[in-house]
Ligand binder design. Structure first.
Ligand code: TTP
Ligand code: MG
Length: 359
């Protein structure tokens, strides 16, 4: 009788992606700390850091912190605005390379992807060689490094790619999964956010190993259905498939205010209304989504976008509204008037097969 074959999954994550692309484009800034995001305006700027290179991370700069804080931490860094169209072009070329190595392929945002290579390699040893080959090809073609995790499922592969960064390669065989996960902090499990982490810590659960040996019934009592998910993840169990998504790219709505405004109530209410609108379109066309991006244009036409990608597809209105409200917070300033706000949902997945369109 044929034994069910173990899957072999790769997760590829580009290193310091936006900053690395910028360094590639501008040899003169190589080796310097580079911060990509809002304009720091000599410490008076608004908005956040999108990403920065490892040189800048040494000073404590990281994704998501206010640009003013980055400026205080590292005034000598090279500050660059986000050049999405450039990153999109580079991303598309990288994704084409990655796709060619996979039986099943799932792109995740601009700089990550899952590859199911189960039928292309015989074992983890060969998978490791394949991963090296992929790293080499991306480096030769694009001059960029990435980190790769190889594991028996998406969960382990994803944690693996983050394990040794930059330019890392981490291979975790099925039999090593529990030992590999056990010493990592619970926050490495992707759906453990700050709140869940605090709650787990207060229960004495710090590492994934602590979680794995915890009483499941108490987890379910405290976290509901998510408790079971937490427990399974802690065991390194994840049966989710790599999903090729043949889908529309995005749907979006934006509104220009009658009069430029800094009234946060008005702005948040408008954002809720846009979210409702999008939610109607989403459900009417049977889509779910993973990425929410808000767009803010100030009175002087300075425009910012900021996005968040969830681990799972959702179509709930409250997810759209909550994420959009969270994302817009960084741009609400009593002293700055907003001209336009918008929301875009992307990473869409059609729940109706016949409606899937070629991406
Ligand atoms: P990440 O893969 O999280 O970060 P990174 O590639 O810059 O660095 P690392 O080496 O740690 O992987 O995100 C990919 C890109 O997405 C990143 O280059 C910029 C963008 N991004 C934002 O715009 N805002 C954010 O809050 C984050 C986390 C990323
Ligand atoms: Mg990355």
């Amino acid at each position: 009788m044929a034994k069910k074959r173990q899957r072999i999954i790769l997760h590829v994550d580009m290193d310091q992606f936006f900053a690395a692309v910028e360094e590639k484009e501008r040899p003169e800034i190589r080796g310097k700390p580079v911060v990509v995001g809002a304009d720091p305006k000599e410490g008076m700027g608004r908005g956040v850091v999108s990403t920065c290179n490892y040189e800048a991370r040494k000073y404590g700069v990281k994704s998501g912190i206010p640009i003013t804080r980055a400026w205080r931490l590292c005034p000598n860094a090279v500050y660059l605005p986000i050049n999405y169209s450039l990153y999109q072009k580079v991303s598309a070329r990288i994704m084409t390379i990655l796709r060619s190595y996979a039986d099943k392929f799932e792109r995740w945002g601009l700089d990550e992807a899952f590859l199911d290579v189960s039928s292309r390699v015989k074992n983890f040893r060969e998978a490791e060689k394949l991963a090296q080959k992929i790293k080499k090809q991306i480096y030769e073609k694009e001059g960029l490094t990435c980190s790769i995790g190889v594991g028996p499922n998406k969960l382990v592969a994803k944690i693996g790619s983050d394990f040794k960064k930059p330019d890392g390669l981490t291979v975790v065989r099925g039999e090593d999964v529990k030992a590999f996960l056990s010493l990592l902090r619970v926050s490495k499990l992707l759906w453990v956010g700050r709140k869940t982490e605090n709650k787990l810590n207060s229960m004495g659960i710090k590492t994934i190993g602590d979680l794995a040996s915890y009483d499941t019934s108490i987890l379910v009592e405290k976290f509901g259905a998510a408790g079971t998910q937490l427990y399974l993840s802690a065991q390194g169990i994840d049966n989710s498939e790599i999903q090729e998504r043949w889908t529309r790219k995005s749907m979006s709505r934006e509104i220009t205010f009658e009069e430029d405004t800094s009234d946060s109530n008005l702005i948040l209410e408008t954002l809720d209304a846009i979210s409702e609108d999008l939610h109607r379109e989403l459900t009417a066309s049977n889509f779910t989504f993973k990425t929410t991006t808000v767009k803010v244009r100030y009175a002087n036409f300075e425009t910012h976008t900021h996005g968040k990608t969830l681990l799972f597809f959702t179509d709930r209105l409250r997810d759209i509204q909550k994420i959009a409200r969270d994302l817009v917070q960084a741009y609400l300033r009593p002293d700055r008037k907003i001209r336009l706000i918008g929301v875009r949902l992307s990473n869409l997945f059609s729940t109706k097969k016949q409606m899937r369109l070629i991406d």
